[in-house]
Design a binder for this molecule. Structure first.
Ligand code: TYD
Length: 154
């Protein structure tokens, strides 16, 4: 169960409508794995800017480019990394806690909506990559090996 929750995944919310335009719906604990306690959005980031560059000890996120495009690189601290293109308002990427994330390649019209499972607490952010690697290593030791979690990014 815990392992299931940790899997990075693409969420397809679909869209309803036609002549009057479209509506996309994200219901907490239905379309996304948690009920958001916090919503924020990132916009007007220039093409060369890299945002994020952190892991969260407890917060899970869903990222949706409701307008424009960006990319998110996700690293598990065990040598696995994957890049997702966020380019559709009806698709989100679920990013569990304890993975490193970097957002970049923002188009001028990019509005990156972020749904968070927890309120903001700067203390649960790991902003130093080497510190992140150390915490992953310690966690792995506690779990008695990271085999299962290694498969999460597949
Ligand atoms: P930061 O997490 O560095 O943004 P990004 O990951 O997009 O690069 O946050 C930028 C600033 O905003 C920083 O001063 C912390 C503040 N902040 C909040 O106060 N609450 C929040 O929920 C978030 C995400 C950021």
């Amino acid at each position: 169960m815990k392992n299931e929750k940790l899997i990075v995944s693409i969420l397809d919310f679909g869209a309803i409508g036609a002549e009057r335009g479209l509506i996309t719906i994200c219901e907490g604990e239905q379309d996304i794995p948690f009920i958001p306690k916090r919503v924020f959005y990132i916009y007007k980031s220039a093409k060369g800017v890299i945002r994020g560059c952190h892991a969260n000890r407890i917060t899970d996120f869903v990222l949706i480019n409701v307008s424009g495009k960006s990319k998110v690189k996700i690293m598990d601290g065990r040598g696995n990394e994957i890049v997702y293109s966020l380019n559709r308002p009806n698709t989100g990427i679920y990013i569990p806690h304890m993975v490193w994330k970097e957002m970049y390649d923002f188009t001028d019209d990019s509005v990156l909506l972020c749904l968070a499972s927890e309120h903001y607490n700067p203390d649960e952010y790991i902003r130093d990559y080497n510190a992140f690697l150390s915490e992953v290593e310690n966690e792995e030791a506690c779990w008695g090996g990271g085999k299962q979690k290694k498969d999460n990014l597949d």
